[in-house]
Design a binder for this molecule. Structure first.
Ligand SMILES: [Zn+2]
Length: 62
C-alpha cells in the first residue's frame, strides 16, 4: 500500500493495531489502547501493567 507521497505505508497487518495517542504504544485490542490512553492522559506516564501488553511499534521505511 502506498500513501499519497508515493511511499510505502505501514503493513496492513500493523494498521489493524490500536495505538495510544499519547505515548504511541500499539495494542492488538482497542480496549487496551483505550486504557493506556486514559492512563497516559491522567498520569502523564505509562502504566507498566498496561504497557506490557503493547505490541511492537511499526517500522517505517525511510
Ligand atoms: Zn499510552
Amino acid at each position: 500500500m502506498k500513501n499519497a507521497f508515493g511511499e510505502y505505508d505501514i503493513d496492513v497487518s500493523q494498521e489493524k493495531n490500536y495505538s495510544c495517542q499519547i505515548c504511541g504504544l500499539q495494542y492488538e485490542e482497542q480496549a487496551l489502547a483505550q486504557k493506556c490512553q486514559d492512563w497516559c492522559t491522567q498520569h502523564q506516564s505509562c502504566s507498566l501493567t498496561i504497557a506490557k501488553h503493547a505490541v511492537r511499534k511499526p517500522k517505517y521505511k525511510n
